[in-house]
Design a protein around this ligand. Structure first.
Ligand code: NDP
Ligand code: 2IT
Length: 449
């Protein structure tokens, strides 16, 4: 892979490699941003003088702690959990918690780092943070998940607060886990502090449309990308990886807007249904019964299940990776380009490898990185905080219209910024520069902190 780094940024990147050994996903996320920042340093030399980039690359605070819990059989387990409070120049640290066996510091830091720029792009008053644990919720009973969440919060609560750090969901963390964590926070602190977590139940402080927001927002962003090319979603063939929270609501909105979603997946494999995915079945399997996507074929005999090849081998016009990091390789990107794909927009965080991104960019396919395209989730979390602060709750229609407005705004700022810096259609450049400048200005104004 060719590294395209401005000479002034090479020592900064080398320092990141040296100071954070083995954290390969964090290195990848930093390099992707640094590759865009050369022209920014030329335009704003004060950012270099104030070492803004070096400061952004170092989290403000990193918390690592033990989470002991007991399973249903009485056996003790010990997990490790993290909260990385990356940057609070624009507001309280904000970002999800991920429960997955692959979680380690490098994953949490890549996510926290990207979250800084994503949150900045939303225009909302939120800083960047992320957390998680190597706990695997798969196969655990509700009671076990409850005990784990309570044990985790017994340490994490002291670092949180509606004005300090506000977690939410991510992989493996949805409404159930947020409920257990909120209950434990409330009990320990003796405070009904609604704004300390987002993604809450809509009966007790959660925002309507938050559950749908990341997936819906992704489709609103995709729609803007198409509009910029005088095109629309109507009749487009779409492939969406994953079948979790983001994928499900991306499928829902894409279908509402006339697209035909023909494939989705989980970590076991993918299903192809040329008639269009039946979302009711997917929701039942995944949201209610916590089953595998393979079981879809029990209900739709014309669909097929594939577990020995990549979902990106299925020809489509629009590809929306919504599962996990580095799930779309250069080989996958080449297959998509060759099969006539015109747009890739990321619902997941960093799902395309660095080599994959280069394939897309060389082919001039329109490619939108997650920090722009999936920002609807955290933006709606900020709307949830706003409702909590005013002890109000908005209608679905109003909340969704705010979400759409925010996604249109993010698209515009990425598109306009890329154009301003001489590379129209380069959403990576636009997102990184627009996201960075807002944070850098705030840091610059606040002095050396
Ligand atoms: P969920 O846990 O609801 O779903 C995750 C989906 O991705 C599942 O289908 C899961 O399959 C699949 N998946 C997870 N890990 C892997 C893996 N290592 N290999 C293959 N497939 C995998 O999570 P979300 O839908 O919330 O998150 C999906 C992505 O979207 C993540 O990258 C997340 O960071 C990002 N995101 C989420 C937001 C949100 O609001 N929830 C906001 C912005 C981004 P299986 O069940 O088999 O593990
Ligand atoms: O990656 C993300 O933006 C999220 N998981 C959502 C974060 C949030 O605070 O809503």
């Amino acid at each position: 892979m060719t590294i395209r780094l401005d000479a002034r940024l090479v020592p900064i990147y080398q320092d990141v490699l040296h100071r954070n050994p083995g954290e390969i996903e964090f290195h990848q996320a930093v390099l992707e941003v640094l590759e865009s920042l050369g022209p920014v340093l030329t335009k704003y030399p004060e950012f270099a003088d104030k070492k803004i980039i070096q400061r952004i690359c170092e989290p403000e605070r990193q918390i690592i702690f033990r989470v002991p819990w007991r399973d249903d059989a009485g056996e003790i387990h010990i997990n490790r959990a993290f909260r990385v409070e990356f940057n609070s120049a624009l507001g309280p640290y904000k970002g999800g918690m991920r429960f997955h066996p692959s979680v380690y510091l490098g994953i949490v830091k890549f996510l926290g780092f990207e979250q800084i720029f994503k949150n900045s792009l939303t225009g909302m008053p939120i800083g960047g943070g992320k957390g998680g644990s190597d706990f695997d919720p798969k196969g655990k009973s509700d009671d076990e998940v409850e005990r784990f969440c309570q044990s985790l919060m017994l340490e994490m609560y002291r670092h949180l607060g509606e004005h300090t750090d506000v977690p939410a969901g991510d992989i493996g963390v949805g409404g159930r886990e947020i409920g257990y964590m909120f209950g434990q926070y409330k009990r320990i602190t003796n405070r009904y502090e609604s704004g300390v977590l987002t993604g809450k139940g809509t009966d007790w402080g959660g925002s309507l449309a938050r559950k749908e927001a990341t997936g819906y927002g992704l489709i609103f962003f995709t729609q803007e990308m198409l509009k910029a090319q005088n095109d629309s979603l109507e009749g487009k063939k779409v492939v969406i990886s994953g079948s979790g929270n983001v994928a499900i609501y991306a499928i829902e909105k894409a279908q509402q807007l006339g697209a035909i979603v023909i494939a989705c997946s989980d970590s076991g494999g993918f299903i192809v249904d040329e008639n269009g995915i039946d979302l009711t079945t997917v929701k039942r399997l995944k949201e209610q019964e916590r089953r595998r996507i393979k079981d879809y074929t029990e209900y739709h005999t014309t669909a097929r299940y594939v577990s020995d090849s990549s979902i990106w081998s299925i020809p489509c016009e629009i590809a929306l990776p919504c599962a996990t990091q580095n799930e779309l390789t250069a080989e996958d990107a080449t297959m998509l380009v060759n099969s006539g794909c015109i747009i890739v927009a990321e619902g997941a965080n960093m799902p395309t490898t660095a080599e994959g991104i280069q394939v897309f960019q060389q082919a001039k396919l329109r490619y939108a990185p997650g920090k722009a395209a999936n920002a609807g989730g955290v933006a709606t979390s900020a709307l949830e905080m706003q409702q909590n602060a005013s002890r109000d709750s908005w209608s679905t229609e109003y909340t969704q219209s705010r979400l759409e407005e925010i996604m249109v705004g993010i698209h515009k700022s990425c598109f306009d910024t890329a154009k301003e810096y001489g590379d129209e259609g380069n959403y990576v450049l636009g997102a990184n520069i627009a996201g960075f400048i807002r944070v850098a200005r705030a840091m610059s104004a606040m002095g050396l902190i």
